[in-house]
Design a binder for this molecule. Structure first.
Ligand code: SAM
Length: 240
C-alpha cells in the first residue's frame, strides 16, 4: 500500500531533521511506509558557486531575504514533479495559527508541501506568486521554519491510521475532534506517592462511572486552565 500521506519539505538546512526522523513513532511510521517524508535542499536551485539563496532588502534594513527567483522555481519543481501538487504551506509568524482542527484537515490530504523560511523571511513576491497557505505556530519568532515543519509533521502523522499503536489514543487528546477541550487527568502506579492518591473511582473497575468522571474532569480542567476553549469556536484562532 502506498503511504497515506507524503510531506515534502523545502529547507536550506535539511540536516536539522536528522534526529527528528530517526527516532520513536516517526521512525516507525517511515519504516512501515505509513507516511513518506522528502527533504529538499533549496540550495539546489541556487545558480552560483556560493549557492546564494538570499540577498539584501531593497530600501535597506537589517538581515537578508530569501530570493523570489530561487524559491519560486524550487517550489514549482517539487510540487509539479508528481501528482497531486498537494497543499502548499509557507511558514511565517504572520500566518494563521496552526491548531488541531487544521491538522485534522491536513491529515485527509495525500500530499503536503512545506516551505521553510530563514533570515528575515521571504521576498513578498514568493507569497504573491505561489499563493501558499501562510502558517504560523505561534506568536514568537523562530530562526527558521524547520521547527514549524516538524510540529506540523508530528501533529498530522499521529492522525494517520496505523501510526499510533492504539487507534483510540488520539481521539480523546486535548483539542481533538468532538472534544475540542482538554484531556482529563491520567494516573498510573503507584496508587499512592508522597501522600498523593489516585482518585478512587479509577480503581473501581466501573467503566460507566470512570467514563463519567473523565468527562467531568475534562470539563473542569478546561474551565480552570483554558476557559477560552469553551467560548464559541469562531472566536478562537488556535482552533484553525
Ligand atoms: N521578519 C519576519 C517577521 O517578523 O515576520 C521573521 C522572520 S523569521 C526570523 C525567519 C523564518 O522563520 C520565517 O520566514 C519563517 O519561515 C520562520 N518562522 C519564524 N517564526 C515562526 C513562527 N512563529 N511560525 C512559523 N514560522 C516561523
Amino acid at each position: 500500500m502506498p503511504p497515506a500521506i507524503r510531506f515534502d519539505v523545502l529547507t536550506l538546512f535539511p540536516g536539522i531533521f536528522e534526529g527528528f526522523l530517526s527516532e520513536s513513532v516517526l521512525k516507525g511510521a517511515l519504516a512501515t511506509q505509513k507516511i513518506e517524508i522528502r527533504l529538499h535542499n533549496m540550495r539546489d536551485w541556487a545558480e552560483d558557486k556560493h549557492a546564494t539563496m538570499d540577498d539584501r532588502p531593497f530600501g535597506g534594513g537589517p538581515g537578508m531575504l530569501l530570493k523570489v527567483d530561487r524559491v519560486v522555481p524550487a517550489v514549482e519543481a517539487i510540487r509539479y514533479q508528481q501528482e497531486p501538487a498537494g497543499r502548499l504551506l509557507m511558514f511565517t509568524p504572520q500566518g494563521h495559527c496552526f491548531g488541531q482542527a487544521f491538522a485534522e484537515e491536513l491529515a485527509a490530504e495525500q500530499r503536503i508541501v512545506m516551505l521553510c523560511g530563514r533570515y528575515e523571511g521571504f521576498d513578498e513576491r514568493v507569497a504573491e506568486i505561489l499563493k501558499p497557505e501562510e502558517v504560523s505556530i505561534g506568536d514568537y519568532i523562530l530562526n527558521g521554519g524547520e521547527v514549524a515543519a516538524m510540529a506540523v509533521i508530528e501533529t498530522v502523522m499521529r492522525l494517520i491510521p496505523g501510526v499510533l499503536g492504539d487507534e483510540n489514543s488520539h481521539r480523546f487528546d486535548s483539542f481533538s475532534t468532538g472534544n475540542r477541550i482538554l484531556d482529563c487527568a491520567h494516573y498510573t502506579r503507584p496508587r499512592e506517592y508522597r501522600g498523593f492518591s489516585v482518585p478512587e473511582i479509577l480503581l473501581s473497575g466501573n467503566h460507566a462511572e470512570i467514563a463519567k468522571w473523565r468527562e467531568e474532569n475534562s470539563l473542569q480542567r478546561t474551565k480552570e486552565k483554558r476557559p477560552d476553549l469553551l467560548e464559541p469556536v469562531f472566536s478562537d484562532p488556535t482552533l484553525r
